[in-house]
Design a protein around this ligand. Structure first.
Ligand code: AMP
Ligand code: MG
Length: 410
């Protein structure tokens, strides 16, 4: 079978940007309502607004004494203690006014009474009956968060398109949201190809291997907010492959693994071309994952991910994830790498951007990264020992120990 698809091999950055461009035009699926805690990891389909000012009253951030700051020009200062305010104090029990010469004992989280404009920490005071001696001055505003300083009533606390984490859930809780509107999870069809691949429950023949890609991808999909739909393994035969691709195109996104290299039995591209697919790229200058394919067929996006297990994992991370996140309703975000010091030098050929399995180790501010020894992009065992990838620019032949390198965490 001859390939009907044009060959377009892009730089890593161009390929990534092209995916981002398509992702920005995607619409999420419908919405559903979930309990607050079930919203963790989900994408907000509505903005969460402040139902009142935050904080709802001028809040003391310390245990101490509420005073008028301008009063404390001479130290130590003796002040008459006219009351005590604990957190949650009822309004009637709060002194209506703090005047010159007075102080009010106040606890963390309690409302600051009118007239007071600062809180002296209890550590700088000595109590003596109805009197307190203050040994340290304060500026107006010290140890007080003014009413509405964190958010005004009606302000947007959490934007639509945000994927909720612990902080997001806490903020929604503070605004009294017991339920949240979130986007439905996109369904991602997984189609693995190859006559040598058998299902994990089966017994592989002497030249066969078990399907691992569908499982790594299912985990990555779940983690990115999608739902994996595993299709049967496609043989290296056009008719069966075509039928399974057609089935996969009924999901929101189709991911295929294997069959995208230049081999005689790499049939994914020719079959898709026959099905009138558009191809946006058919390769990227990266390693692992060079033969990665991105396109659209029957109004569905698809990726052909190279079959080598680490190529599959890396190309999902680099290209499929932003598309999946967009389908999940998540706001676009750029891919960012961290930096770490290289522990052992790297020598490599130029021409491809590399994402090589590595171990970041150390403690606190003192850590470094080094490559794991591996047998290439089929080596799942070596990659299982890694916790990141070192990202090597395509023009670097040698990176010395001690240099800073970009790192993509896994
Ligand atoms: P391909 O991209 O089809 O040329 O496959 C590249 C390599 O990845 C071959 O060694 C395949 O056996 C292997 N491979 C392909 N699909 C899978 C899979 N689902 N699980 C594990 N290995 C795979
Ligand atoms: Mg194959």
């Amino acid at each position: 079978m001859s390939s009907g698809s044009p060959i377009t091999i892009l730089s890593f950055e161009d390929a990534r940007h092209l995916v981002e461009q398509h992702a920005s035009q995607i619409r999420a699926r419908g919405t559903e309502t979930v309990e607050l805690l079930a919203g963790a990891g989900r994408v907000l389909a509505e903005a969460v607004l402040a139902d009142r000012d935050i904080p709802p009253f001028a809040r003391s951030t310390r245990d101490g004494y509420a005073v008028r700051a301008a009063d404390l020009f001479e130290l130590p200062a003796r002040r008459n203690v006219i009351g005590e305010i604990k957190a949650g104090e009822s309004l009637e029990r709060i002194p209506s006014r703090v005047s010159s010469g007075q102080a009010v004992a106040i606890m963390t989280g309690a409302p600051v009474p009118d007239g007071a404009d600062a809180v002296v920490m209890v550590e700088y005071t000595a109590r003596d009956g109805d009197w307190v001696e203050i040994t340290k001055g304060v500026a107006a505003g010290d140890n007080i968060v003014p009413r509405g300083a964190e958010a005004r009533q009606g302000a947007v606390l959490l934007d639509r398109g945000l994927r909720l984490n612990d902080v997001g859930v806490a903020l929604a809780a503070s605004a009294g949201k017991t339920k949240l509107a979130v986007y439905q999870r996109p369904r991602v069809a997984l189609l693995t190809t190859g006559d040598e691949i058998v299902e994990i429950g089966g017994t592989p023949g002497p030249t066969q291997i078990r399907n691992s890609n569908s499982y790594s991808l299912a985990v990555q999909i779940q983690e990115a907010g999608g739902e994996a739909v595993l299709l049967p393994i496609a043989p290296d035969e056009p008719k069966a492959l075509r039928e399974l691709i057609a089935l996969g195109l009924q999901s929101d996104l189709l991911l295929m693994t294997g069959g995208v290299s230049m081999g005689r039995y790499d049939l994914v591209e020719p079959v898709l071309a026959e099905m009138q697919a558009e191809f946006f790229f058919t390769g990227a200058k990266i390693q692992p994952g060079r033969p990665v394919v991105f396109g659209r067929c029957a109004q569905r996006y698809f990726f052909g991910l190279p079959g080598n297990p680490i190529s599959t994992m890396v190309t999902f991370e680099l290209f499929a994830r932003p598309m999946l996140e967009a389908l999940a309703g998540q706001a676009a975000r750029k891919l960012m790498f961290l930096h770490a010091r290289l522990k052992k030098e790297i020598r490599i050929k130029t021409g491809l951007k590399r994402f090589l399995p590595a171990i970041l180790a150390g403690e606190f501010e003192d850590c470094g990264v080094e490559l794991v020894r591996w047998q290439g992009s089929g080596d799942i065992a070596a990659t299982a020992r890694a916790n990141c990838y070192i990202v090597i620019p395509d023009d670097r032949e040698h990176i010395a120990a001690g240099e800073w390198v970009a790192v993509m965490m896994r």
